[in-house]
Design a protein around this ligand. Structure first.
Ligand code: ATP
Length: 385
């Protein structure tokens, strides 16, 4: 097994904008690292540079104690699982899994032992004689993983391995991959654009945007302390609400109403500022009619007009449209364009307890856990808290 160290890695295709721009990242020995970001952020390119399928324009790629910039892919001793499985249709499951061992001219008895062991681990034993065409999507995915883990590679690399599966199977495979990785303890780098996979699978998550590494941390760190608007909006579902706010001392005037910032550190972030963006996660709102007086005192209550609700059984999403003052609205649109998304909506999404009696078209009171809000610089998007 091996650690993977990336030092100021740059990739330019032709003379355009760098697809990967000075990324420095340490993947520790045995760690499960996720690379996540929207389409085109450079995550597959980075993975392909680790494996050796793509040249590195500048910077250094170190695997174990070896600089591998000029080492051929098959000499890097890495195993990769692709999105489209890449199974051989004419070979049985057994031979598909055995493939890397055959390439390495492993003796027959050893091949048999290792393939059987791997099949056992992945619950494929009874399918070993079948051809890929006769397997379900999930089974094919397991065969692809079997082929990756059958030889003792220094690290596993996954490129969106679950994106062709339906939602239910994806959930199951997620748990299986997680269990398998923990059991084998092999350094793993896993690329996805799916924030749920990123949050549930990895020890740590690296968030990329336009080729630039934004933040690396545990799922909890990214959720609780996102460094900027982009990470804040990308991690968490439904995504964080960003409200423009004018600052009056420690009071914030937002389109949802006025509220008080009590936390000292957060209040300090407001000093000297006239306008900020306030980030509130949907789950940090509650239906005020269900909140005790004592708890109310630790946050703020605002009036809201809910126009749509979605009842999901375990929770209720309520949508609260709002109007931002013209100057703030213009600033928001600008920032939204910069962030290439509709992260800055003119409606707030709140996730309430499923027992909430809130109905569409009515005025309601919402309680905000103000200890959990984030305050962002509206021109840079940096998290000030
Ligand atoms: P996706 O999830 O859509 O695969 P990604 O985050 O993996 O996206 P990459 O595939 O790494 O992104 O692409 C990063 C950037 O590099 C994109 O702008 C892409 O258009 C560009 N790119 C990727 N491969 C090539 C190539 N072979 N030649 C030129 N440009 C490329």
């Amino acid at each position: 097994m091996a650690a993977i160290t990336m030092k100021k890695i740059v990739k330019r295709y032709g003379d355009g904008f760098p697809a990967v721009n000075e990324v420095s990242l340490d993947v520790r020995d045995g760690e499960f690292m996720i690379l996540v970001g929207p389409s085109g952020c450079g995550k597959s390119t980075l993975l392909r540079m680790i494996v050796g399928l793509e040249d590195i324009t500048s910077g250094e790629m170190v695997i174990g104690d070896r600089v591998v910039n000029r080492v051929a892919p098959r000499e890097r001793n890495l195993s990769m699982v692709f999105q489209n499985y890449a199974l051989y249709p004419h070979l049985t499951v057994f031979e598909n899994i055995a493939f890397p061992l055959r390439l390495a001219k492993t003796p027959d008895a050893e091949v048999k032992r290792r393939v059987n062991e791997t099949a056992e681990l992945l619950e494929l034993t009874e399918h070993l004689e079948r051809k890929p065409a006769n397997l379900s999507g999930g089974q094919r995915q397991r065969v692809a993983m079997g082929r990756a883990i059958v030889r003792q590679a220094d690290a596993f690399l996954f490129d969106e391995p679950l994106s062709n599966l339906d939602a239910k199977l994806r959930g199951q495979m997620r748990t299986e991959i997680s269990r398998l990785q923990r059991r084998l303890g092999v350094t793993t780098v896993y690329v996805t654009h799916d924030q749920t996979e990123a949050m549930t699978l990895g020890d740590r998550v690296a968030v990329l945007r336009k080729g630039v590494l934004q933040q690396v941390g545990s799922p909890r760190e990214l959720y609780e302390q996102p460094v900027n608007l982009f990470v804040a909006g990308f991690i968490g579902s439904p995504s964080m609400n960003f409200l423009p706010a004018s600052v009056d001392g420690t009071t914030l005037e937002t389109p949802l109403g006025r509220f008080e910032v009590r936390d000292e550190r957060k209040a300090a972030a407001l000093e000297g500022r006239e306008v900020v963006l306030v980030g509130i996660r949907p789950e940090h709102f509650e239906d005020a009619s269900l909140v005790s007086e004592e708890k109310k005192a630790h946050g703020s209550v605002v009036a809201a007009h809910v126009d749509v609700t979605e009842w999901l059984g375990n929770e209720l999403y309520a949508y609260v449209p709002y109007e931002a003052p013209d100057d703030l609205a213009a600033q928001l649109r600008e920032l939204s364009r910069e962030l290439d998304g509709d992260q800055l909506r003119t409606q707030a999404v709140v996730a309430l307890d499923a027992s909430s009696p809130i109905t569409p078209g009515r005025d309601a009171e919402l309680w905000i856990d103000t200890s959990r809000i984030h305050i962002f610089d509206p021109s840079t998007g940096d998290n000030l808290t």
